[in-house]
Write a protein that binds this ligand. Structure first.
Ligand code: PEP
Ligand code: MN
Length: 277
């Protein structure tokens, strides 16, 4: 090992006993040979929108369905999500299409509620320092997708994972989603280096989100390819049946056709990496 992290990060760090963690979500495994693709809209907006998105991403061979019911928005005037109604729609889509559900939980009080519907609890970038929330999902019975904070170092991110692991929840998936840098033409700067670096210092599976990481639809597929080439265990991709009408993150959302073409373009790269899609 050439890179060393703080010794105080114990549970998230790679060790003799813990070389590689595979997180199982029903039939899906994150951290195995198959690359898990989590796809769907930024927000659950309506039953029609979510069902259509689910049908399309399933047809393109996504492994899991995403969609936010509780949305962390910069302004209070923006769409805040459908709340429990959104969770019910997600659960119905799982029933219909057989895709496990990934959805965000923003507050400790809502973990119980979200856990009743979701298969994976997403902790958003803005909540990586929400310690009561990290402790609460550490007690949850569902895997946690832990997004990197907007300005987190790798060690701060692993320290947040440590909270969840220390709470007793061993199923943590790290998600690189871009960090704030000086570049204004992209929404964030996707740190692809984080992938091989995390593989070196941690046993946890790593997923990359090129949608939030770039903010532009045209940059999503190239960065998804880069992520797989760098060794990512999965991808998180925003897909909307009609991106121009999306209530959040339309500019970075792929159309179903765009997602289908991304999946086709990824296959040879996955294969070159000894993975399947
Ligand atoms: C999202 O996944 O829609 C989201 C809000 O992501 P992040 O927390 O990475 O901004
Ligand atoms: Mn989003």
């Amino acid at each position: 090992m050439t890179i060393e992290i703080s010794r105080r990060i114990r549970l998230a760090a790679k060790s003799e006993e813990r070389q590689k963690t595979r997180v199982k979500i029903g039939d899906v495994e994150i951290g195995g040979r198959k690359i898990a693709v989590i796809a769907g809209p930024c927000s659950v907006e309506s039953r029609e929108q979510l069902m259509e998105a689910a049908r399309e991403v399933k047809a393109a061979r996504a492994s899991m369905l995403r969609g936010g019911a509780f949305k962390p928005r910069t302004l209070p005037y923006s769409f805040q999500g459908l709340g429990e109604e959104g969770l019910k729609i997600l659960a119905d889509a799982r029933e219909e299409y057989g895709l496990p559900i990934v959805t965000e939980v923003m507050s400790p009080e809502n973990v119980g509620l979200v856990e009743r519907y979701a298969d994976v609890l997403q902790i958003g970038a803005r909540n990586i320092q929400n310690y009561p929330l990290l402790k609460r999902v550490g007690k949850a019975g569902k895997p946690v997708l832990l997004k990197r904070g907007l300005a987190s170092t790798i060690e701060e991110w692993l320290s947040a994972a440590e909270y969840v692991l220390d709470g007793g929840n061993e199923d943590v998936i790290l998600c690189e989603r871009g960090i704030r840098a000086y570049q204004k033409l992209t929404r964030f700067t996707l740190d692809i280096t984080a992938v091989p670096l995390l593989k070196e210092v941690s046993h946890l599976p790593v997923v990359v989100d090129p949608s939030h990481g770039t903010g532009h639809r045209s940059l999503v597929a190239p960065m998804a390819r880069a992520a797989v080439a760098a060794g990512a265990d999965g991808l998180l991709i925003e897909v909307h049946p009609m991106p121009e009408e999306a209530k959040s993150d339309g500019a970075q959302s792929l159309t179903p056709e765009g997602f289908n073409s991304l999946m086709r373009g990824l296959s040879p790269i996955a294969e070159a990496m000894g993975r399947t899609l």
